[in-house]
Design a protein. Sequence first.
Lengths: 225, 239
Amino acid sequence: MISITGLSKAFGPVRAVDDLTFTVPAGQVTGFLGPNGAGKTTTLRMLLGLVRPDAGTALVDGRRYVDLPAPVTVVGAVLEATAFHPGRTARGHLHALCLAAGLPVTRVATALDTVDLTAAADRRVGGFSLGMRQRLALASALLGDPAVLVLDEPANGLDPEGVHWLRGFLRALAADGRTVLVSSHGLAELARTADRVVIVNHGRLVAEQPVSANLEDTYLELVRR
Amino acid sequence: MKTEIRAELYKARTTRSVWWLGVVGALSCVGWALVAVLVWKDSAPYAMAAQGYLFAMIVGVLLVAGEYRHQTITWAVLVTPRRSRVVVAKLAACATVGLALGLAAAALTTVAVAVTLSVQGQPVFAGDVAGALLGSIVSTALWAVFGGALAALVRNQVAAVVVAFVWFFYAEWFLVMLVPAVGRWTPTGAAKAVSGWTRDAMPVAGDLLPVWLGGAVFLAYAAVAAALAMTTTTRRDIT
C-alpha cells in the first residue's frame, strides 16, 4: 500500500506537486491521471526517492523508499523507457541489477521470460524498439518480485498485442494482492485495466474514485474546471 | 557494499569503451617505452608503464559520468537509494579497473623494454625495475579513482573530461611555472611521486614527495572531490 500525504514540490516558481494526498490500496490497479505537467512523474519520483519533496511524505507500507532495506524486493518501478546503456544487452542490464540488489541471477531468465523478451535477451539495447525497451523496463521492475508496482506510462510504445498482454498482466498482479499504480494518458485502456483512479491537475488532487463507466467524460470535466 | 561493487565491475566489464580505452592506454605505454629505450636511452624505461594514466582517468570518468549520460543512474539509485554507497562502490570499481589497466600496461611494457634491451645487448633489468612497475600500477589505479571522483562531482561526461584537460594541460602548468614550490603538491606532482615519472618539462621545485605521501595526497584530491560530490551533486533530484 502506498500513502501520499501532503506531498509538495516546487521547481523554481512552478509548484509541480502541491499538497497532494491520496492512497493506493493493495489488490487493485490504481490509475494515475492528469494532463501533461500535472505533477504525475514528479510524484512518482518522490515516491521512489529520486526527487526530494519540499514537504509531505510518500510512503510504501509505512516507510520511505530510501529507508527500505532491500527496496527492489518491495517496489518495482518503470520510469523512462530510454534509460538503458545502449551497448549493454538486455540480459546484461538485468544481470547488473541483480548483482547490485544481491538477488540470485537466476531471476534474470525468469523476468525475461515473463515479458516475452527471451529471444532478444542477448542483443544490445541500442537496437531495441520502444516497445522492447518498455518490456525490458518492466522486466527490471519485476526482478525482485515486488508487492508494489509503480509504472509511469508503461503502455508507451507497446503494440496492440503488448497492450493486451500488459492489461492481463496488471490485472493478474492485482488479483495476486499486489499494489499497482499506473500513470497513463490512455483513458480507454485504463478504463479497462484500473479499478480506481487518482486524477491530478496543477499538482493538486482533483478526484480519487472508482473507475466510472465513462472515464473520458469524467476526466475531461474534472481537469477543465 | 560487496554486491554493489560486483555490479559496478560487471558494468565496467560489459562497457566496450572501457576495453578499447584500456587497450589504447596500455599500448601507449609500450610506445613511450620504445621511445625511452631507442631514442632517449632513458635509464628507467620501465617507468613508462605509468603513461596510460590519462586513459585510466578517462575510464574512471566514463564509469561514473556514463550513468548520468545514459540516465542509467536512475536504476542504480532505485536499487541502492543511499547514493553515497553508489559513489563509493563506483570508486572501488574504478580502482579495480585502473589496477587491471596498470597491470596490463606493466606487463606489455616489461616485455617491450626487455626484448628491446636484450636485442641491443644491454643489461635487461638494471635499476629498480620492480619499484618502477609497482609505482606505475598503483598510480594508474589512483588516476582511475581520481577520474571517477571528478565525474561524480561534475556528472557531465564531456564537461568532466574538459575540466581535467584544462587543469592538467593548462591551469596546472601555469600554476607550477609561476609558483614552482607548489609543484610537488599538485595532483600531477603527487601522482608523479607514485609513478616515478621524471622526464617532464614541468619545473617542480625540489624533489617529488616520498612515494607514500604522493599517493596519499593524490588520493586525498580524489577523496575531496568524492566528498564534495556526496554532499552536493548526488543529493540533487534525479529527473
